[in-house]
Design a protein around this ligand. Structure first.
Ligand code: NIG
Ligand code: FE
Length: 451
């Protein structure tokens, strides 16, 4: 009888870290000499190896998004933390099964890169299901925000929560998303809204970077909402952000990117430009919240600032599409936020047909998307935005990697990229969005280590 495990480990020469909780594993980039990082893993008999690249690309756009390269009946060879080789079983060097520390059999399975979730807010305190119920009863997201709920509600809680508790709950969420196949994640500040609390959040993200095997990028989102005490002093808060928060964040190296919630009732396009210009002086590239509730001018200001991504985009017309064409800015769609707030979905089909690339992300946060489930986002992209399964997988892997500036090392199966791999129990690519809500990811490998 076949063993109950989904994959038979035919050889395991060294004690494995497979069952080690994520909380106890270290980021292997900084521990490359440790013995457990010297393992090799062979995955063989793979029904389909997806998102393979002989020549690496930075991102995929327009009609190219329909193509997802794949190798049938394939093997994948991982050494140290890198993808060393791959190809068809017929071409597999016969020596590999003999020298592999661990061999996995992926018969009838798909193997692909782990998801790159380029937009989240997973460091937060408490939850907001009371606002969820208020919305069921008719209140809007904006009305709740205007009444001091929403982001300000989360900020109040975060200010009264210790760094340790924030770290602990965020690490739990990282474990949760990893099980669903996410291997890289961007995390924003923005629930601090004071010098002390924004720094506290960003230091927590810094500690998560060191502790978690996921690749993490940090974004400074001090301009997420205007704190109550600055209600009549917008300039005062923006000055605090530019003159005090940014220098300290740069000094401690706490952020990779800068974000602004460019939206009616939050920050104007002019204020966004001012804040992003200040961030650029410290080398922080922009990734902004744009056009979620209104035509805010956020797309235009993002492109002017050469933002790495403009995110949300529920309100997008021809002017926004034209503005994004042939730029370095990745349009990033967050359909689970539209789902949860009952907003119109983003016009992904029009955008791709016009020649744009698309990245997909979860927006995991306590208000508009309390879920970090990338496979659900992929399903929504297909059912609600008419993206084809191949397009959605491209958007959740290589284009997501671009949107968090990790495409040179993640997002595809290419030699010498970091071995962030998932094994999925699905008979075809389309089965991934089709089988929504199922736990399809069976095995996750991050930095060449079984998780
Ligand atoms: O991306 N839109 C702005 N920020 C978050 C929501 C934050 C919240 O409601 O707590 C978002 O949807
Ligand atoms: Fe967001």
């Amino acid at each position: 009888m076949a063993p109950p495990q989904h994959f038979r480990r035919s050889t395991t020469k060294t004690p494995q870290s497979a069952l080690k909780p994520i909380a106890n594993t270290r980021n292997t980039h900084t521990h490359i000499t440790q013995k457990h990082n010297t393992l090799s893993i062979l995955i063989q008999n793979i029904a389909q190896l997806l998102q393979t690249e002989e020549q690496t690309r930075t991102h995929i756009k327009g009609s190219d998004m329909q193509h997802l390269s794949s190798i049938k009946n394939a093997y994948l060879w991982i050494q140290h933390d890198r993808i060393a080789d791959f190809g068809t079983m017929d071409d597999m060097p016969p020596l590999l099964p003999q020298i592999a520390d661990t061999t996995l059999d992926a018969k009838n399975k798909l193997v692909l890169p782990t998801w790159c979730d380029s937009h989240t807010h997973i460091v937060y305190a408490g939850s907001r299901e009371n606002e969820f119920v208020q919305r069921i009863q008719g209140a809007t997201y904006e009305q709740i925000a205007e009444a001091g709920g929403g982001i300000l509600n989360s900020a109040k809680r975060l200010q009264n929560t210790t760094a340790y508790d924030l770290y602990d709950s965020a690490l739990y969420r990282l474990t949760e998303i990893c099980r669903m196949g996410t291997g890289a994640v961007e995390i924003k500040s923005g629930y601090g809204l004071s010098l002390e609390a924004e720094i506290k959040m960003l230091r927590v993200i810094q500690q998560l970077k060191a502790a978690s095997p996921l690749t993490i990028k940090a974004t400074f989102l001090g301009a997420h909402a205007l704190p109550t005490e600055y209600k009549n002093n917008r300039e005062g808060y923006i000055n605090l952000l530019i003159n005090q928060m940014l220098p300290q964040i740069a000094d401690e190296g706490l952020a990779d990117f800068i974000d602004v919630f460019c939206e009616k009732g939050f920050f104007t396009a002019d204020e966004t430009a001012k804040i992003l210009t200040a961030g650029a002086k410290y080398g922080l590239r922009a990734k902004i919240h744009a056009n979620q509730l209104y035509y805010s001018g956020g797309v235009q200001v993002g492109v002017q600032q050469n933002a790495l991504s403009v995110d949300h985009l529920e309100c997008v017309g021809d002017a926004e599409i034209d503005c994004l064409l042939n730029t370095q800015t990745m349009p990033t769609l967050l359909p689970s936020a539209a789902f949860f707030l009952n907003l119109p979905y983003q016009p992904a089909r029009r955008m791709i047909d016009a020649g744009l690339p698309i990245a997909l992300a979860t927006d995991y946060n306590p208000g508009s998307s309390p879920s970090g489930n990338m496979p659900f986002v992929i399903s929504l992209a297909c059912t609600q935005m008419k993206m084809l399964p191949n397009e959605a997988i491209n958007a959740a892997t290589l284009n997501g990697a671009y949107a968090m500036d990790v495409a040179p090392s993640l997002g595809s199966i290419a030699r010498n990229k970091i071995a962030n791999i998932q094994i999925i129990n699905a008979p075809s690519v389309a089965y991934i969005p089709y089988s929504f809500g199922s736990q399809l990811t069976q095995t996750v490998i991050l930095n060449g280590e079984l998780i």
